[in-house]
Design a protein. Structure first.
Length: 317
């Protein structure tokens, strides 16, 4: 595998899988960026790229992996397109094992993940007026043991699998979306929430509860942040799919890292984690399989933070 720094002309060739910088990368920032944070985006397969990172090299991980059977990113090797939900969970477990290795001993992992319903035997899904990207040319079969119209329970399948794999499952946060999209179904409530799971690598870890105090119900004083977060989705026209909002990411990063720490997102997408890191003087490392989404993230960081992120393209020899 090779990695090249886009527009710089530096090539890094591996001895086994691939080689990354032995020292901190020389981050590229525009003159307008006034913050203390910096960042780099690796383009390629997350599992293979993470194998090149040093042990315990990041303080915090915040990510939203591709959801199973809900989106087609049209990229070879994409996670989420597995024919069986068990294969999807195993794919994520492999990535998060590498995440655990590169996470510091006192580090925290935050995972946002959505759920879905069984297909009922349908092999496609039509697009709708508000979200054309919802359309898919394929849909996985109904998982064994489930029935048509069943809620699959993917978030908890992943949470329990990660716990069994050695992670400490510390909290399940309900992300309530006050502006959730309406649904056409009439035989169940409209879904308006997703989960954010908090995991730690060890029994004791870094978490500063005082950084996310919220107003008390009485309006007098503050209280510790609760486990239901009411956060509107944020429109981002450059992306084909909904992105998790900056206000969802911010409390995760603030409580689990300090200024100058490095935060990893192995499924970088449109770059929300990078934007929040730069806005709060943290460093970020993003890994993204899609070159298209890497371009979107790079543009977003430049537009919102006046920051030109270094991009390293990794590809098979």
């Amino acid at each position: 595998m090779c990695c090249s720094v886009v527009d710089i002309g530096v090539f890094i060739v591996s001895q086994e899988l691939f080689e990354f910088f032995s020292a901190e990368p020389d981050f590229l920032s525009s003159n307008q960026y006034a913050g203390k944070g910096s960042g780099v985006i690796y383009v390629g397969d997350a599992l293979k790229i993470l194998k090149g990172f040093d042990d315990e090299s990041v303080q915090c991980v915040v990510t939203s992996p591709p959801y199973w059977g809900l989106r087609d990113y049209a990229v070879k090797g994409q996670i989420g397109a597995e024919p069986k939900v068990e294969d999807y969970i195993n794919s994520l477990l492999a990535v998060f094992r590498e995440v655990k290795r590169v996470l510091r001993a006192d580090g925290v992992l935050w995972v946002n993940i959505g759920d879905g319903y069984t297909s009922g035997g349908r092999k496609w899904r039509d697009a709708d007026k508000k979200l054309k990207a919802r359309g898919m040319s394929y849909r996985p079969d109904t998982p064994e043991g489930m029935k048509p119209k069943d809620l699959i329970g993917v978030p908890w399948m992943l949470a329990f699998a990660l716990r069994a794999d050695g992670w400490y499952l510390r909290s399940d946060i309900i992300w309530n979306k006050p502006n959730a999209n309406p649904e056409s179904v009439k035989d169940r409530p409209t879904r308006s929430h997703e989960y954010v799971f908090m995991f730690s690598k060890n029994e004791k870890y870094f978490y500063d509860v005082n950084r996310t105090l919220e107003p008390s119900d009485s309006g007098k004083g503050t209280r510790r942040k609760r486990s239901v977060w009411n956060i509107k989705t944020e429109p981002f026209p450059d992306a084909h799919f909904a992105c998790f909002p900056t206000k969802l990411v911010e409390p995760c990063i603030l409580t689990s890292s300090n200024i100058g720490d490095t935060v990893l997102d192995p499924f970088f997408g449109s770059g929300t984690v990078g934007q929040v890191c730069l806005s709060n003087d943290r460093n970020f490392i993003g890994v993204e399989l899609s070159r298209e989404y890497t371009n979107i993230a790079q543009k977003r960081l430049l537009d919102n933070c006046s920051y030109k992120a270094q991009v390293i393209q990794c590809y098979e020899l």
